[in-house]
Design a protein around this ligand. Sequence first.
Ligand code: ADP
Ligand code: MG
Length: 245
Amino acid sequence: MLRVNNLSKHFGGVKAVNDCSFSVKKGKITALIGPNGSGKSTLFNLISGVLVPDKGSILLEGKEITKKSVEMISEMGVSRLFQQSRLFNNISVLDNLLLAFDTPSKNFWISFFGLYNDKKKNTAIAMDALKAVGLEAKANSHARGLSFGQKRLIEISRAMLKPHKLLMLDEPVAGVTPAMRDKISQMLLEMKKKRETVLLIEHDMNFTLKIADEVIVLDEGKVIAQGTPKEIRKNPKVLEAYLGD
Ligand code: ADP
Ligand code: MG
């Protein structure tokens, strides 16, 4: 599904991502783990087009997405949750979700033929998503009134509603309460059942090793290990990278 070849990104003297190569399999949850500062978010920014790599290439289903714009990459099927919240506080929770259907190409068709402007249908889908996370009562409230964890649920729901091939989640459970963590875990298990292709960054090793099919370990911008959770658990390089953190 996704292939990253010899990707590098330096910030001054910092080799944030240093000759990284890996692939993400269709229908699997692939976790990207590594100590703080090992380059995980930078990799996400490179894949989603927020940053332009110094070297290397990124292919989505064999099509090159390296150096394409954020909008173009999103259109091509990459949906992403950012580490920092990206909800609009001054519009309703429901309207935040409806933004998932607002893609540039769709707008083109709307203006051209008046097609796909099925707000009723989209609203019904968004309401179902709200029900699934137990927040239907908040549909018409401003997003600013939500707790941090509730915002996370809405953002993950939005990323899922947006038409996509690959879903990228940057630390979905960081900073949320244990109850919310359980809810988000449920969402991830649901994604796993639906055979979504997910690339997940998560700092919590136990959580990650429980949920992932495949794990990629980064250290100082390099891939130091890749394998199943079972293989990763007993990999001495991984233990060293974490103990040394
Ligand atoms: P992680 O997400 O694994 O914690 P990051 O990708 O955020 O790591 O950071 C990797 C390294 O790159 C760190 O040393 C960080 O300080 C540095 N870095 C990240 N973004 C920038 C930036 N915009 N400018 C300068 N240095 C950066
Ligand atoms: Mg990060």
